[in-house]
Each structure stands twice: as structure tokens, then as C-alpha cells.
Write a protein that binds this ligand. Structure first.
Ligand code: NDP
Length: 334
């Protein structure tokens, strides 16, 4: 199939052994319902895409499926009064790429309510270099600020899973805002990269995940952004300063939380849940405005690779194994 009516996609199909992804040409009539059709130029690779591409976590219920939890492109056709052909738009969250066809296709049909106009000062490609992971990093920073974190607080801000997508953008934003940051990573080869992004010091992932000696450790962190959960989160909660907060973003190290309530009772610490998927639109727009302002372009580019649709299946496995550094933009023209 060729021509105006067709588009290229990485289609995920159910097989006897699980799922299998291959590049396909589909007709526009295959697109799901929605009031806006977008010519997608860029998407990105996120941890959840790795799960979807490998059929994990029951995130996708209906096949065939187009993965890609975010997208950036130009409106082709719109039945919504809020958008017209030619408008540049971005989309993250709302279970796109899970419950609805996502960004790993040159065309997407979506609900206009899910879209955000491209923020001034960022290109479409830069928006996807930020993508779901970077947007989430900004939501985490904003949540810590809402709970009183300022750059002059005692102690460094801890970022776990720091060499990953959320972690890399979080370190870059915090450094730009003047925070002292400890970056936790399990990969020695990323130390120089994390220092370049602005980390003040590095702590090994294994050291951080070691169980605390008791329910409370030394007051060490003025705040934390945690992408890992499991024993790392348990241990960091015991080392937060009095009244400090941890923004819980992810579970790359497992979903369990085995903390006592003592840090909450005796140190008044806060555990703040971060959800980028159903985040209200006003908060989204605030976060994108902040990203255009508080994320230095050179740091973003240093943390970004570009890949094509054909590379995505392999990258989906690598991100689950913790082998992807920083952010990966998927360029639909490659
Ligand atoms: P990445 O894979 O890019 O980063 C995760 C990082 O976690 C890795 O780079 C690695 O960092 C570390 N890591 C990986 N495996 C383990 C392990 N077994 N134990 C300890 N650390 C590990 O993923 P993202 O940055 O895109 O996402 C991070 C997490 O946040 C994921 O769980 C994801 O699902 C979640 N997420 C949540 C969102 C929300 O709305 N709450 C939105 C976006 C993501 P290093 O090598 O430095 O140790």
C-alpha cells in the first residue's frame, strides 16, 4: 500500500510466544477513533515502551497495537475547535501507546484533549528529547518544590537511576536550578556523563540499596527523585533530612516498598507519588513551560541519541536491562 492514504508503523502483534513487532504499511482507515489526526515526526523511547514491546505488565489488552507512549508532530486534520491543520502539537500520557495506538507510526489519531500545543522555545525534536521521561522529571522537581525544597536546603538532592531517561533530565534540571546533587548509578562508565550533566557527587547503586542499620539513618538528603523503588527507596527514606520529601517516580529495581513508618513519624518525611499519565492539563502546560526555561539545551542534547523505527525492538530490550543511557528520540523520517 502506498500514497497519501497510507502510513508506516511499527506494529505489535500477538503470537503464541508473546508479541512480535514489525514495520508495516497501513491504510488510514486502520487508525483508531479520535478528533485530531497528527502527522507524527518524532516519538521517544521510555521504560514503559520497553515493557509494551516485550508484552510485559499487561499494559496492552488489544492487538494489533502501535506502541510509543509519546509523540510530536503537525496536525493534518482536526474536528476540534482547539486545533487546526498545521498546528504543532505534542502528546504524552493518557495511556497512549498502551490502551490507544501511540507514536511509533507516521500518523496518529487521538483525542484533542490529550494534546498540548508545542511549547514556545522548543522544537518538536527537543520536545521528544524531553519526552515522557523528561516531562516526568520536571513533575518530580515541581512536587519537591511544592513541598518546600530550595537550593539552599541542607544536604544534597539524591537522584536514583540517574543515568536513565528520567534521571538524566532530573539531574540536568536540578543542576540548572542551583541544587547540589548526588547521582546514584550502577554503571561506572556513566560517572563522567553524570558529572557533565551537573551531578556534584556519585554514589554506587549497590551502596545505596544496602539495607539501613536501623529504621533511621544519618540525615543525608534534602530531597530525592527515585526511579528505582525496592530496597533503594526503603533505604533512602531512612536517610532523608527532617521534613524532606522523596518524589517516587519509578520501579526499575522492582515494585516493592518495605519501609517502616518510622521515617514518617520521627522525621516527618514525605513520599510524593508522581503520575505523568493522568496529570491534569494545567499542570502539564506549567511543566512544559518550565522545561522550555529550566533545562539547558546543551545538557539535553548531550543526553540524547536518535534512532529510527527499525531500531526500536532492540532498544526495547536494552532499556529493560538498564542499558540505555539518557534519552532516545525516535525520528519517524529515518
Ligand atoms: P531508564 O531505563 O532510562 O532508566 C532507569 C534507570 O534505573 C536505569 O538507567 C538504571 O540506572 C536504573 N536501573 C535499571 N535497572 C535497575 C535495577 N534492577 N536496580 C536498580 N536500578 C536499576 O527508564 P526511565 O528513566 O524512562 O524510567 C525510570 C522509571 O520511571 C521506570 O520505572 C519507569 O517506568 C518510570 N516512569 C514513571 C513515570 C511516572 O509517571 N511515574 C513516567 C516515566 C517513567 P543506572 O544505570 O544509572 O543505575
Amino acid at each position: 500500500m502506498t500514497g497519501q492514504d497510507s502510513f508506516t508503523t511499527l506494529l505489535l502483534e500477538e503470537t503464541e510466544d508473546g508479541v512480535s513487532a514489525s514495520i508495516k504499511e497501513l491504510g488510514e482507515s486502520a487508525l483508531p477513533e479520535g478528533d485530531v489526526t497528527v502527522a507524527v515526526q518524532y516519538s521517544s523511547l521510555n521504560y514503559k515502551d520497553g515493557m509494551v514491546l516485550n508484552g510485559l505488565g499487561k499494559l496492552v489488552r488489544t492487538y494489533p497495537h502501535v506502541p510509543g507512549v509519546d509523540l510530536a508532530g503537525t496536525v493534518m486534520q482536526s474536528d476540534s475547535p482547539n486545533y487546526k491543520a498545521g498546528d504543532e502539537v505534542i502528546l504524552t500520557g493518557w495511556r497512549v501507546g498502551e490502551a490507544h495506538w501511540g507514536g511509533y507510526a507516521t500518523r496518529a489519531r487521538v483525542k484533542s484533549d490529550w494534546l498540548v500545543p508545542k511549547p514556545a522555545g522548543l522544537s518538536l525534536k527537543e520536545c521528544m528529547a524531553i519526552g515522557t521521561a523528561g516531562f516526568t522529571a520536571m513533575l518530580a522537581v515541581m512536587a519537591l518544590e511544592d513541598h518546600g525544597l530550595t537550593p539552599d536546603a541542607d544536604g544534597e538532592v539524591l537522584v536514583t537511576g540517574a543515568a536513565g531517561g528520567v534521571g538524566s533530565v532530573a539531574v540536568s534540571i536540578l543542576a540548572h536550578l542551583g541544587y547540589e546533587i548526588t547521582a546514584s548509578t550502577g554503571r561506572d562508565e556513566t560517572h563522567a556523563y553524570l558529572k557533565d550533566l551537573g551531578a556534584t557527587s556519585i554514589i554506587d547503586r549497590a551502596e545505596l540499596a544496602a539495607p539501613p542499620r536501623g529504621p533511621l539513618g544519618k540525615e543525608r538528603w534534602s530531597g530525592a527523585i527515585d526511579n528505582v523503588a525496592g530496597s533503594t527507596l526503603t533505604s533512602l527514606l531512612a536517610s532523608l533530612g527532617y521534613g524532606a520529601s522523596c518524589a517516587a517516580v519509578g520501579l526499575a529495581g522492582g515494585p516493592k516498598l518495605d519501609s517502616t513508618v518510622i521515617p514518617f513519624l520521627l522525621r516527618s518525611v514525605n513520599l510524593l507519588g508522581i503520575d505523568s499519565v493522568m496529570c491534569p492539563t494545567a499542570r502539564r502546560i506549567d511543566a512544559w513551560t518550565r522545561l522550555a526555561r529550566d533545562l539547558p539545551r546543551n545538557k539535553l542534547l548531550a543526553a540524547t541519541h536518535t534512532a529510527g523505527l527499525a531500531d526500536v525492538p532492540e532498544l526495547g530490550g536494552r532499556i529493560l536491562r538498564g542499558q540505555v543511557r539518557g534519552r532516545t528520540v525516535i525520528d519517524l523520517s529515518l
